[in-house]
Design a protein around this ligand. Structure first.
Ligand code: COA
Length: 439
């Protein structure tokens, strides 16, 4: 992973506003272990996590210091070296429709100490991140969120949803068609070594997926230090096709049981499948493990094919939640980065309280769905047009959010009849967007 962005200086406007309140806003020197440790402990405390152990700090030091690591300090405190606010960010590739990706600014570790809350520190950090991203020429910012009420004010919109599945194994069966390939238990370290290669082969086929960093694979496999209970219980099963090539993995834990030994719960922590055979074999495996009453899987696609494999679809309860939020910063660059479902022309009047995306734009797509998007002075006559804020444009961007729903909710205004249907037709993604990790 390249880290040219990691040393990009903090935004001077936010530095000035925080300095006016007596705070220092700066990059953390991530070659300095003590400075990183103070930042890392503050980040964990901000999310109500435990004090980080030496092993966790070593792992973070090796695994996430490639990022641009930013803190806010208050030198009036007894421990002035511990930041009162944290954020980290890096360039990531977000898959967009058309088997391609867009470079985006990933923002994570946003915390403000409860002792310093509601004094505008998070606002300064977020606006600073967005201005820095623009400075670096990035067309878009992204994040996953702890609360869905925080980021709309900064122009982010929900673009990818994820589903939690709860499956009653007494009702859930997948009819056997043909069993091919081989299932086997492998060590979690095998998942860490091989899953990234399998994932990379399919990453560009699902809009919303990102390039996952190595420490995240270790956390999924339970090989990273931190949660001993998780590590102890994690099992991994791999599916190899008939040629012996690994095509998928399921990482899971079986817990509970109690006196009634048939009452265990199986939690799917990650299921990766490159082929339909791998997908079916791994889900069937999970549903057929003996002594398990319930299977839980978080962060699955809201259009999970599993539901259509089950002989009784009602065996699974599905609860969707917003997951990936996007924030377009450069409208033409973002629109030009993806391909579209049909030929046409559509115009947008975009409002953006922070000013980055304000303006009028036209998107024209050809028969192959290839775009030409540009800023215009005036909306062209006779072209379907909508007015919307940058939040809604960001929500629509990956083609997984329905323009007609946003129109019905009063979040998009049609400037001429049929504009919503035109967006729907042009923006629609044949593959439902999905992001399988947090960041
Ligand atoms: C969320 C958090 C970062 C906010 O920090 P903060 O410095 O208190 O926020 P600010 O004072 O800068 O507030 C910025 C704006 O967000 C709003 N806001 C702050 N926290 C909010 C919350 N939890 N829910 C909804 N709105 C919130 C403020 O009202 C303010 O609105 P305005 O500027 O439009 O008037 C902080 O409370 C925190 O660290 N929480 C725990 C960790 C967390 O959830 N982080 C987010 C990770 S995705």
């Amino acid at each position: 992973m390249t880290n040219d962005f990691a040393h990009h200086p903090v935004d001077p406007t936010s530095a000035a506003s925080l300095a006016a309140s007596g705070f220092q806003y700066d990059l953390v020197d991530t070659t300095d272990r003590a400075a990183f440790e103070a930042w890392f402990q503050a980040d964990s405390r901000g999310f109500h996590g435990p004090a980080m152990s030496k092993e966790q700090i070593d792992s973070g030091f090796a695994g996430i210091t490639y990022r641009r690591t930013v803190g806010v300090w208050d030198d009036r405190l007894v421990a002035p070296e511990v930041p009162v606010a944290t954020v980290s960010s890096w360039t990531e590739q977000v898959t967009v429709p058309g088997n391609r990706s867009i470079d985006a600014w990933a923002i994570s570790s946003v915390t403000v100490s409860p002792t310093h809350r509601r004094r505008g520190i998070a606002r300064a950090l977020l606006e600073g991140e967005l201005r820095s991203a623009v400075d670096m020429g990035l067309p878009m910012a992204t994040l996953t969120v702890s609360e869905s009420t925080i980021y709309g004010r900064f122009g982010f919109g929900q673009a990818v949803f994820a589903a939690d599945l709860t499956i009653d194994t007494t009702r859930a069966t997948i009819p056997v068609r043909e069993r091919r390939g081989v299932l086997q238990h492998v060590a979690p370290s095998v998942f860490v070594a091989e899953a990234p290669t399998v994932f990379e082969r399919i990453r560009l086929s699902t809009p919303g997926q990102i390039n996952v960093w190595p420490l995240r694979w270790e956390q999924i496999a339970g090989t990273a230090p931190g949660d001993e209970e998780y590590t102890k219980n994690t099992r991994v099963v791999r599916f190899d096709d008939e040629d012996g090539t690994p095509r998928g993995f399921v990482v899971y834990r079986v817990t509970g049981g109690g006196l009634d030994f048939t009452n265990h719960k199986l939690t799917v922590d990650y299921l990766l499948a490159e082929t339909p055979e791998a997908y079916e074999a791994l889900w069937r495996y999970v549903l057929e493990v003996d002594l398990v009453r319930e299977v839980k899987a978080e962060l699955r696609s809201v259009d999970e094919p599993l539901l259509w494999l089950l002989s009784d679809m009602r065996a699974a309860r599905v609860s969707p939640i917003d997951h990936l939020w996007l924030r377009i910063l450069d409208v033409p660059a973002s629109l030009n980065a993806r391909s579209y479902s049909s030929a046409g022309m559509i115009a947008f009047e975009v409002s953006d309280e922070l000013g980055f995306a304000n303006g009028r734009y036209v998107l024209e797509t050809d028969d192959q769905g290839m775009p030409t998007a540009s800023r215009v002075e005036n909306l062209p006559e006779g072209v379907p047009a909508v007015s919307l804020s940058v939040n809604e444009l960001s929500s629509l961007y990956l083609g997984g959010v329905s323009a007609s729903s946003l129109i019905a909710a009063g979040r998009i205004g049609e400037l001429n009849p049929g504009a919503g249907a035109a967006i729907e037709r042009i923006f629609h993604s044949p593959t439902t967007p999905w992001l399988s990790v947090w960041f």
